[in-house]
Design a protein around this ligand. Structure first.
Ligand code: SF4
Ligand code: SF4
Length: 195
């Protein structure tokens, strides 16, 4: 490198890159703050809607405590981390009367309709400590029964607590929603009255 380039050109180039950096810093320094100063500030619904926490079940529109899940096992078999466990429901045992009716139908050569197992799972657990949040289970569920939670404030103090009973969580959420519904309705009516 020539002496002129070393002592004149290079220092100018160095200063120029410094000025470019300062310009970018200054631009963002003057923009409104987009981060939340937690816990002094509460995270708003818009930010919560884009948060991808642990996996959880989605309830049926008419019965939010009942999962849409049909126990197809697609999510369980495709999970790369093996963190989902599902137990299917068994078909209800026929009563003695039903058994007698089925036997009679069989003997008469009629088609026997045996009781079927309900489609919703008997047990569905999820180990958050193993989950890589890859989304494979959510993307492949045929009935769209899984989603990432926006449960941003959830904390656990042990590994056991992070093994979530998904059915119990869904029921708890449905209870909370139904409990807060009259309050929300009253607030809306109040707001409409004031308007
Ligand atoms: S997000 Fe990925 S790792 Fe987590 S439970 Fe679903 S498939 Fe498994
Ligand atoms: S959550 Fe979806 S993919 Fe998993 S078992 Fe239920 S229906 Fe199948």
């Amino acid at each position: 490198m020539s002496t002129f380039r070393k002592h004149v050109i290079q220092p100018i180039l160095d200063c120029w890159s410094l000025l470019v950096g300062l310009k970018i810093t200054g631009k963002y320094f003057c923009k409104p703050q987009v981060t939340v100063h937690y816990p002094r500030q509460v995270i708003d619904d818009e930010n919560l809607s884009t948060y991808g926490g642990h996996v959880e079940l989605i309830g049926k529109p008419k019965d939010p405590a009942m999962p849409k899940c049909i126990s197809c096992m697609m999510c369980v078999t495709n999970c790369p981390s093996k963190c989902l466990k599902l137990v299917k429901q068994k078909a209800p045992k026929p009563t003695p009367e039903e058994e007698a009716a089925m036997k009679a139908a069989e003997e008469a050569g009629e088609k026997v309709v045996k009781p079927k197992a309900p489609k919703n799972p008997a047990k569905f657990t999820y180990d958050y400590t193993l989950c890589s949040l890859c989304g494979t289970c959510i993307d492949n569920c045929p009935v769209k029964s899984l989603k990432f939670s926006n449960n941003i404030y959830w904390v656990a103090s042990s590994r056991e607590e992070m093994n979530i009973d998904l059915i119990a969580r869904l029921k708890e959420q449905a209870t909370q929603v139904s409990a807060s519904a009259p309050k929300a309705k009253a607030q809306k009516a109040e707001a409409e009255k004031e308007a």
